[in-house]
Design a protein around this ligand. Structure first.
Ligand SMILES: [Zn+2]
Length: 252
């Protein structure tokens, strides 16, 4: 567990670097599956950029998932569930987005999860276009790192209700595509990266940032020249792209 804890602190620091504009102040959260029915998740109120061991709380997966089956819990009951889910009852209260992280681990098989409020991505997700520009592709590397298809969730109050929407979106995505997404875009809120490794979560967030800047810039030059769907499919499935994915740490 200590190795995963240290890696999660490092990943959080990388995502919370102010110069990257992925998350500032208390924005965003991270988690890592410990593989024994528990996971580590950012505690409420801690900051990604400066987080230490006390800012991450180990929680049991099952009680968190059970709460998602009960979306009508009151705010006090939600807090009670989060308190009870802690492995160490003296640990800090886990983030209200703990439910979302548990679903990414359970439903989508993610080992590492990162959620940010990336400025460049929000420029698009908070625009009239919402997630639309991310549903097609403009250059190969964003397909290699972020995946051919992304899951999208409309704006929902963060917490239990958002987690229910994420669960439904993940199930629909996996039915349609036969695999889990690497990215969930939450409109008017921010992206979630689902990784097999800590490095993959950071890679996805950095590439998503670049992709968003490219899209926004292209609207100044007459609009994006989207790749045809068949070309995007081909890039997703090319053997040399699988090799490239592994080489940059996207596959364990
Ligand atoms: Zn958020």
């Amino acid at each position: 567990m200590n190795d995963i804890l240290q890696k999660l602190i490092k990943l959080s620091h990388e995502l919370g670097r102010e110069d990257r504009e992925l998350a500032i102040l208390g924005e965003g959260n991270t988690s890592a599956d410990l593989g024994d029915g528990t996971f580590l998740v950012k505690a409420s109120g801690s900051q990604l950029g400066t987080i230490d061991e006390g800012g991450l709380t180990r929680v049991h997966l099952d009680p968190v998932l059970e709460a998602v089956e009960n979306p009508n819990l009151t705010d006090d009951q939600v807090r009670g569930r989060l308190e009870e889910a802690r492995v160490d009852q003296s640990a800090r209260l886990p983030s209200v987005e703990t439910f979302l992280h548990a679903l990414c681990i359970k439903e989508a098989g993610a080992k590492w999860v990162g959620h940010t409020h990336t400025t460049s991505v929000l420029r698009i997700l908070c625009s009239k276009l919402g997630a639309e520009p991310f549903l097609k592709h403009v250059y190969p590397d964003e397909i290699v790192v972020c995946g051919r298809n992304l899951a999208v969730v409309p704006y929902i109050d963060p917490g239990l209700h958002l987690a229910v929407a994420v669960r439904d979106s993940l199930r629909k995505f996996m039915d349609e595509h036969g695999a889990a997404p690497k990215v969930i875009l939450m409109v008017n809120h921010g992206p979630v990266a689902l990784g097999a490794t800590d490095r993959e979560v950071l890679n996805i967030m950095l590439m998503l940032d670049k992709w968003a800047k490219v899209i926004a810039g292209s609207y100044l030059m007459g609009g994006p020249n989207f790749l045809e769907g068949g070309i995007s499919d081909r890039i997703e499935n090319r053997p040399d792209e699988h090799y490239r994915r592994a080489a940059i740490g996207n596959i364990k």
